[in-house]
Design a protein around this ligand. Sequence first.
Ligand code: DLL
Length: 440
Amino acid sequence: MATSTTLSTTIYNPLYECMPREELAALQLRRLKDVTARAYNHVPAYRAKCQTLGVTPLDLETLEDVRHFPFTVKTDFRDNYPFGMFAVPMEEVVRIHSSSGTTGKPTVVGYTANDIDVWSEVIARSLGCAGVTRKDVVQVCYGYGLFTGGLGVHYGAERLGCTVIPISGGNTKRQVMIMEDYGSTVLASTPSYALYMAEVAQEAGMRDKLKLRVGIFGAEPWSEGMRHDLEKNLGILAIDIYGMSELIGPGVANECEHQCGLHMFEDHFYPEIIDPDTAEVLPAGSRGELVVTTMTKEALPVIRYRTHDITSLHYERCGCGRTMVRMDRVTGRSDDMLIIRGVNVFPSQIEEVLTNIEGTAPHYQLHVRREGSLDELELWVEVTETVLKDEIRSLETLSRRIMSEIHSVLGLTCRVKLVEPKTIERSEGKAKRVIDHRKG
Ligand code: DLL
């Protein structure tokens, strides 16, 4: 029998995620006391907020008391740019990441060596949830650099003991060639980029030569329909991974093989759901804005961060045996939600409709314009090659069907512009789905 010549480096222990909930609650309370004290004592901007509300870490006696603490919001990072939210001296910070900062200054996040260790652990758990093992070859196509996706997944996959291909995003033909030549079994990328890679693999006649079996997709909203397409086009199990830079990066929550919500790693992240308008905490199961406290982060402890992501939390035990809460797929950010003639629209809702209509490709763009005093939505949708060849079915019928489905699901009238295959720009990272011409 062949024996391994190297020792496993993995310290990943799946049993942690099955901890009884009473034990978890006791751990959370201890950690919440620590983290509120750390933020209060070392982050002047957070202490000032607490003083305005008249709370101190000593007021935290039960888990419910968290709701008396002030929220942290994106502008806190901007107002204290670049390092003012850090709770440790810079000599303890071993890594910096930041958001792209397309509007205004980027959001800067920092990590101590211990933070990197926790991050690797939660990513290793995420991959473990998806059934990935040290026998897998993980092609990391999330961007490496200031974006958290590439390096985040990289360290966690190494922690699990996988073979990692740190290819980053871009150069799609080469991605597919390497996927085949190096025998990648796991693809980690945005779902929109994975779809593009599938298209390129198909065109190059390489689809059947790939050994992929799992996709770890996140960093942008995606729909069940898109999951179906990715699973079919790549022959994989498509798994949802959630995270954000301010909280750590990817690895805050991840789906297991049951694909029924994302398990949040509640020993490190304490979740609440609030009404985005009133900021009231909502009961379990309600849909609202996710608020997260990072309980173990040292360099950048974040108390009650308003993520703007809309979801709900479910505490019933999952079939996989994990006890940690499951959050629903994030359909979009409250600040990315479009309001068109009074109707709230998330691009992912449109995607869900399109993926159920035969003849359309899941490549689309929403163009919003103001015409007179009214907002107009024009939906650009790519059709498939088969539809173009099909002489019986008219394009007119297809666009009427799309309009009618969107109207029945969203109550919104829109115009539909069908475009030829491969006209809509492909993304190598987060897809740009909305072009809002109202913003000039
Ligand atoms: O996107 C971290 C990440 C990298 C997550 C790789 C998953 C995989 P940010 O650039 O700070 O961080 O963007 C965070 O992206 O607030 C959500 O709106 C969105 N997002 C992230 N994951 C998902 C997901 C990374 N699975 C923002 N589904 C978040 C829907 C997601 N939206």
